[in-house]
Design a protein around this ligand. Structure first.
Ligand SMILES: Cc1cc2nc3c(=O)[nH]c(=O)nc-3n(C[C@H](O)[C@H](O)[C@H](O)COP(=O)(O)OP(=O)(O)OC[C@H]3O[C@@H](n4cnc5c(N)ncnc54)[C@H](O)[C@@H]3O)c2cc1C
Length: 491
């Protein structure tokens, strides 16, 4: 490996919201910063480039009312109450097993919530504007704002600032390994340059902001299981994220955190190559598998609260696919097409038998499923397309809890749904300053993480918090690393 003469205060790996927030805030604090990005300049920005970047906020200053509660309710599975109790004490007193515990700890949740408003204020200083923009959910349970122009606007605003204010940008440059000194401190990154040669970027600190492992089939199969063969990133940016940041940190002794066996699942149309071709109207019809059988309650609550769990159940069906079956009464739902982002039309037929033939499903099995469902649609509640209406089935297993109307008006429509992977949950543990912690809950000197590299989620994703996580902890990392460099210079 050829050693380079340059020495930076900070090397940032990744040009999404986390990496850019780290690089720009460190640069604003006077640090000399290099940013390494696997993609070309035109494709920079990973997942951030493709998202609308909704943020679970009730205003530009405050997180949504359920923000902390939802994160805490999904902090881990069957956590030992004696350890959780200790996490109620001052952070400094936590034993190492609590600091290094794989759970979303209260210190992180509080710091995340407290810094969200100030981080948005900071983002606005780059000319970004936020509003309650329309989204693809017809029924929702929380509040969300988004930057006008989405994630692309975040990337272009921050990267634009970085380029003209002295952050050195290295595109088509993929980080491969951390460089450490004899004492274990991180002192740089070894990367592959566009020429294919190795190059060492020496620095006082490194921020790993290279996303999750949604673009790495080997890690997906290893952590999520063989069913991973049926999932794919929801947009092009995810293919750049191959998990190197997480692997490099783990190799350096970082403490794993986040649900390695899980990911943020979205119901997508496998026929479409559009970014995020979601189908969010399954609550108005029924979902059947390849055998023509229903397998879950399609409508337990608002769509935004249930789509992830429902998509995971689709993944467990034969060949990881299901079909949404609708009838022409779907047109009673105002603007229902806004919740179908696919560019492929529904498959239509005038009878269930003909529809089944087009789907390659046994017609008599599908016919029996629909007959049983229709017979159970005896609820008297009024159908309310825009509210959880309590119009449920009776005597049906599995039941349907809302929006249960018979499928009896041709033409019948079907949409295939598979499991899209927005981003993976497995990552590494950090403290409130985004310092990477080792297995003893101690910061690894010189190593920070931001965004998807941080393991924060367990079970159900707290929707509309991942871009915020990138901005909040990326910025925290950049500011802390800049201070660290200043302290080192002064010493
Ligand atoms: C279509 C879509 C919609 C979404 N909607 C929302 C939403 O509304 N709200 C929300 O909160 N979240 C949403 N998400 C999730 C959210 O966008 C991401 O989780 C978040 O933006 C990730 O930010 P990041 O900086 O951690 O990673 P990314 O934005 O993915 O950036 C990682 C960067 O690292 C680079 N990289 C990877 N490996 C290397 C390497 N070895 N060396 C150098 N560079 C490397 C990649 O090229 C990439 O540019 C959505 C995601 C998608 C795809």
């Amino acid at each position: 490996m050829a050693a380079s003469a340059e020495r930076y205060d900070l090397v940032v790996v990744g040009c999404g919201i986390a990496g850019l927030s780290a690089a720009v805030s460190a640069r604003q604090a006077g640090a000399r910063v290099a940013l390494l990005e696997r993609a070309t300049r035109e494709e920079r920005g990973g997942n951030t480039r493709w998202t609308e970047a909704f943020m679970r906020m009730k205003s530009e200053d405050e997180v949504a009312d359920d923000f902390e509660e939802h994160l805490a309710a999904n902090a881990g599975h069957y956590l030992d109450p004696s350890l959780v109790r200790e996490a109620g004490n001052a952070y400094e007193t936590w034993p190492s097993i609590v600091k290094a515990l794989g759970f979303t700890d209260p210190e992180l949740i509080a710091s995340f919530a407290d810094r969200a408003g100030p981080t948005l204020k900071w983002l606005k200083s780059f000319g970004l504007k936020f509003d309650f923009l329309p989204n693809y959910f017809i029924t929702t349970c929380t509040t969300r704002i988004a930057p006008i122009g989405g994630g692309l606007a975040l990337v272009e605003a921050l990267a634009g600032w970085a380029e003209i204010n002295g952050v050195e940008m290295f595109y088509e440059t993929s980080a491969r390994a951390l460089i450490r000194d004899d004492g274990g401190a991180v002192i740089g990154v070894e990367a592959r340059e566009p020429s294919g040669r190795s190059r060492a970027f020496h620095a006082a600190s490194v921020v790993l902001a290279s996303g999750g492992f949604e673009g790495n089939p080997e890690m997906l199969a290893r952590y999520i299981g063989p069913g991973a063969r049926y999932i794919r990133p929801v947009a092009r940016g995810g293919y750049y994220n191959k998990g190197e940041g997480i692997r490099m940190a783990l190799d350096a002794g970082a403490c794993p955190a986040g649900d390695y066996g899980a990911f943020h699942a979205e119901p997508i149309d496998p026929r479409s190559g559009m970014p995020e071709p979601v189908i969010m109207v399954f609550n108005y019809g029924i979902l059947v598998n390849k055998q023509g059988a229903r397998f879950l309650d399609e409508a337990p609550a608002t769509v935004d609260a249930t789509y992830e769990a429902i998509t995971r159940r689709i993944l467990k069906q034969p060949e990881g696919i299901a079909w949404l079956i609708l009838d022409s009464k779907i047109h009673d739902v105002p603007n229902w097409k806004k919740a179908v982002r696919s560019d492929q039309p529904p498959i239509a037929a005038d009878s269930i038998e003909a529809l089944a033939a087009k789907l390659g499903i046994d017609g008599s099995a599908l016919g029996r499923t629909i007959a049983a469902y229709n017979a159970a649609c005896t609820g008297q509640a009024q159908f309310q397309p825009l509210a959880v209406d309590g119009l449920m089935t009776f005597g049906l297993t599995p039941p349907k809890s809302n929006w249960a109307r018979p499928l009896d008006r041709a033409p019948y429509l079907a949409l295939p749904i598979v499991c899209g992977n927005c981003f993976t949950f497995g990552g590494i543990k950090v403290d409130r300053d985004a310092q990477v912690l080792d297995g003893d809950g101690m910061p690894i000197p010189g190593l920070y993480a931001g965004g998807e590299v941080i393991g924060l989620y367990y079970g159900t994703y707290t929707g509309a918090t991942s871009v915020l996580r990138g901005a909040v902890f990326g910025r925290a990392a950049g500011l802390h690393a800049a201070d660290r460099a200043k302290a080192a210079r002064a010493a």
